[in-house]
Design a protein. Structure first.
Lengths: 111, 112
């Protein structure tokens, strides 16, 4: 049973557009929700993270929206650039559960 | 400030052999977690070490074992390698096992 469900599997966005990736979870003990960016052949890099006590967190062009009642959270990338082309993973952590990852979204930003 | 480092970068082993992978955590971090990432998949948690003890373990067989040293560095050992063990092995460090984990570049293991 997958603890974090991520969609879409792949995403193509025009340069300057908004990229949106969604995740859902079931375990209400989760209390930390990070997003990671991974380029081919590299390790995942922590991009931005949120805790359930806030509904939104913004860092530069990256925003996490969090809906505790729906047990969903999403990553928005504003003004998407070709350099943002990578695989993005949502994850969740908390309770006695270690960091668990979604299956990833492969983002391609085209000019 | 050095981030998480891993060695070697790449490794090719034969089925049935044993392998040891190494990880040095980010400066100031005391907890090391290991993950296996198959091609096209998200990282899967193997185990976590804190204060030189295995604190948590994922759904991996006993062929996977580890160690943490007093300087917080860590090793991952895999015995009796199977073709299915081919993957990118990632080490992540954190402070006191918190969720904010920083990953190394990984070791690409190929089993032939």
């Amino acid at each position: 049973q997958q603890q974090v469900k991520q969609s879409p599997q792949s995403l193509i966005v025009q340069k300057g557009g908004i990229s949106i990736i969604n995740c859902a979870y079931e375990n209400t003990a989760f209390d930390y929700f990070p997003w990671y960016q991974q380029f081919p052949g590299k390790g995942p890099a922590l991009l931005i993270a949120i805790r359930p006590d806030v509904s939104e967190k913004k860092e530069g062009r990256f925003t996490i929206s969090f809906n505790k009642s729906a047990k969903q959270f999403s990553l928005h990338i504003m003004d998407s650039q070709p350099g943002d082309s990578a695989t993005y993973f949502c994850a969740a952590f908390g309770g006695n559960t270690p960091l668990v990852f979604g299956k990833g979204t492969r983002l391609s930003v085209i000019a | 400030d050095a981030g998480v480092t891993q060695s070697p970068t790449h490794l090719i082993k034969t089925r049935g052999q044993q392998v040891t992978l190494r990880c040095s955590p980010k400066s100031g971090h005391d907890t090391v977690s290991w993950y296996q990432q198959a091609l096209g998949q998200g990282p899967q948690f193997i185990f976590q070490y804190y204060e030189e003890e295995e604190r948590q373990r994922g759904n991996f067989p006993d062929r996977f074992s580890g160690h943490q040293f007093p300087n917080y560095s860590s090793e991952l050992n895999v015995n009796a390698l199977l073709l299915g063990d081919s993957a990118l092995y990632l080490c992540a460090s954190s402070l006191a096992g918190l969720g904010e984990q920083y990953f190394g570049p990984g070791t690409r293991l190929t089993v032939t």
